[in-house]
Design a protein around this ligand. Structure first.
Ligand SMILES: Cc1cc2nc3c(=O)[nH]c(=O)nc-3n(C[C@H](O)[C@H](O)[C@H](O)COP(=O)(O)O)c2cc1C
Length: 250
């Protein structure tokens, strides 16, 4: 039997053939949050292509309220430094444009339990961090501000008017961007952590006041060897969230 040799290594992502046919199911199943990236740069033309695919998302009356700020190289390093300074205690950089999630004690079931399970999978099972080691948790959390080492950081904003639909539309854009990335051999991590310092993002990226800062996204080539990227989350079965009305049988 002939042996097939592979000359790919853990540090070099396999090139994605232009004609590679991946199905929607493939990208939906293979997308997951990636929290460790290779330093391999992503060409600007690739980022533009992914953004143009994401912009095919549906939106309220085709308003397309989303905007993105793409940071790479020195601009990304400078933003990371500013976010880390703010995280270290400069209170004036703290603040969100919208209440993204409840405060620590404000979570109700079943979300409180699901969130706890996710935290255990990430911190205890994947990173080996004990519950009584807040310093180690913080060290990991800080990596959000470097976009987990991804060569590209994206800050997604949306129009404040009309807010509710613009937020829904931005969510669709976010998902489409993550799937477009996956379909082209790249990976992402959506990041609400960066919006804890929205005044810093606004100042640094000159984001106008009429734009609401939705979240960040790390984009790049996953480091397949990094244990953080071995984390896989589960999902509830369809029966737990779908109610069927009508009497059509299969
Ligand atoms: C809007 C949004 C913000 C998120 N913010 C963060 C974040 O700041 N840091 C992080 O590590 N993961 C973040 N996540 C990733 C979630 O933890 C992740 O999507 C969830 O646990 C499901 O796992 P999966 O993406 O691997 O399927 C965010 C996800 C979404 C949708």
């Amino acid at each position: 039997m002939e042996t097939i040799r592979s000359n790919t290594t853990a540090t070099a992502p396999a090139p994605t053939p232009v004609a590679l046919r991946v199905t929607v199911e493939d990208v939906l199943r293979s997308r997951h949050s990636v929290r460790a990236f290779l330093p391999t740069p992503v060409p600007r033309s690739t980022v533009e292509r992914l953004l143009s695919l994401a912009a095919r998302s549906a939106s309220n009356s085709n308003c397309q309220p989303w905007q993105v700020h793409v940071v790479t190289g020195a601009a990304k390093r400078s933003l990371t430094a500013a976010l880390l300074r703010a995280h270290a205690g400069d209170d004036e950089g703290r603040g969100r444009d919208y209440p993204y999630q409840p405060e620590q004690d404000g979570w109700c079931e079943p979300f409180r339990s699901r969130r706890r399970r996710f935290g255990e999978s990430l911190y205890r099972d994947t990173l080996g961090i004990r519950a009584d080691d807040p310093g180690a948790r913080l060290d990991h959390h800080r990596r959000n501000y470097d976009f987990f080492g991804a060569p590209v950081g994206i800050v997604l904003t949306t129009s404040r008017h009309p807010l509710q639909s613009a937020l829904v539309d931005a969510g669709l854009f976010l998902q489409a961007l993550m799937l477009a990335a996956r379909g082209n051999g790249l990976d992402t991590c959506p990041q609400a952590s960066v919006i804890d310092f929205s005044p810093v993002l606004r100042r640094h990226l000159l984001i106008p006041d009429d734009q609401l800062i939705v979240c960040g996204v790390a984009l790049g080539y996953a480091d397949p060897a990094h244990p953080l990227n071995h984390l896989r989350t589960t999902r509830e079965p369809v029966g737990s969230f779908a109610t069927f009305h009508g009497d059509e049988a299969d």
